[in-house]
Write a protein that binds this ligand. Structure first.
Ligand code: NAD
Length: 332
């Protein structure tokens, strides 16, 4: 299949690009390199530099690559930044997304898989969270993802768009060649590994939650399991596919959770060194537990995570870090 991956030079996108190429698909990447990395692309992938939110750029990219389906990973995705500058989030994630859907419509491209997020649920009333839980995002990031999900659903009923919204929980781990390199990095595992390797010590946001060890529990999914889910979802958007409703909406996690302290213990076991850390204040809006039910992805896509141990996620992330060399400024 000919697939356009937006944001293919980012963390999630690059690992999925590797997987799609390996499976024999013809992949074109559209990326503006605002947070992505040029050295993350495997050979044989055409890379177009530009924004999916620009009508001329996305139109040309779709036409030139003769795209049959889009994997839409590109987005603005920092919670704090979205609260400070919601306009940028609506402009890119919503308005830019509509620009892309309209270009697809004009060219008769009717298949899309979207990188959505657990942030669409906000603070859930109960756990684990299934896809029917109310959507009550508590920041513009989650709100703009929810809005774009809604747009895809309406484009489905009116124009026949076949879409899959995959609501990722916490993505972790690395492939042999690509891993997590955000700047700023807001995720626990890369920040903890950086602290082990001599970067700034980690701050835990609260240890007085109503959980067994007092730290929040989150559901982690290996980035390579996510790439497998993308492949299955792309196939499920085929017009003749009878298995799936459209829009297809699936949580993607491991279906279990680990506390922050469990993650730190696992890191110490994998790396053989303690994680320098201190305990800070809770962050506003951090629920004690965020864990997914993943039955729908299993039932509809036949997908199950294969790498859901902390050892697999941390081990691959650490190995990738070691191969490329860390980039932290040593503590003075
Ligand atoms: N990493 C996670 O834990 C996580 C969790 C839930 C959802 N998500 C979603 O998954 C997607 C990928 O996340 P990631 O962690 O790989 O982020 P990332 O920042 O590493 O990758 C995003 C990529 O999109 C590109 N990009 C951004 N705006 C663009 C634009 N307007 N046009 C073209 N390219 C653009 C960036 O340059 C980058 O290569 C995002 O949509 C994010 O919201 C990620």
């Amino acid at each position: 299949m000919r697939i356009l991956v937006t944001g293919g030079a980012g963390y999630v996108g690059s690992v999925s690009v590797e997987r799609l190429v390996e499976a024999g698909h013809r992949v074109t990447v559209l990326d503006d390199f605002s947070t992505g990395h040029r050295d993350s692309m495997p050979s044989g992938v055409e890379v177009i530099e530009g924004s999916f939110a620009d009508a001329a750029v996305i139109g040309n990219a779709l036409e030139r690559s003769r795209t049959e389906a889009v994997l839409h990973c590109a987005a603005k995705s920092l919670v704090g930044e979205s609260i400070e500058d919601p306009a940028a989030y609506y402009r890119i994630n919503v308005s830019g997304g509509i620009t892309m859907l309209d270009a697809m419509r004009r060219l008769g491209i009717g298949r899309i898989v979207f990188s959505s997020t657990a942030a669409v649920y906000g603070v859930p009333e109960s756990s684990p969270i299934d896809e029917r839980a109310p959507l009550r995002p508590i920041n513009p990031y989650g709100e703009t993802k929810r809005t774009f999900e809604g747009a895809m659903a309406w484009y489905g009923s009116a124009y026949g768009l076949r879409s899959a919204s995959l609501r990722y929980f916490n993505v972790a781990g690395a492939s042999a060649t690509n891993g997590e390199r955000h700047d700023p990095e807001t995720h626990l595992i890369p920040n903890a590994l950086s602290a082990v390797a001599g970067g700034p010590p980690l701050t835990l946001f609260g240890d007085d939650y109503p959980t067994p060890d007092g730290t929040p529990i989150r559901d982690y999914i290996h980035v390579m399991d996510l790439a497998d889910a993308h492949m299955a979802a792309l196939e499920a958007t085929a017009p003749g596919d009878q298995r799936t409703e459209t829009p297809l909406i699936c949580n993607l996690g491991s279906g279990g959770g680990f506390s922050v302290k469990q993650v730190l213990s696992a890191i110490e076991a994998v790396v053989g060194m303690p994680v320098p850390h201190s305990i800070g204040a809770r962050r506003i809006g951090d629920p004690p537990v965020l864990v997914a039910t993943i039955d729908r992805a299993a039932d509809v896509l036949g997908w199950r995570p294969n790498r859901s141990t902390l050892e697999a996620m941390i081990g691959s992330a650490w190995a990738w870090r070691q191969r490329r060399g860390g980039d932290e400024v040593p503590r003075s």
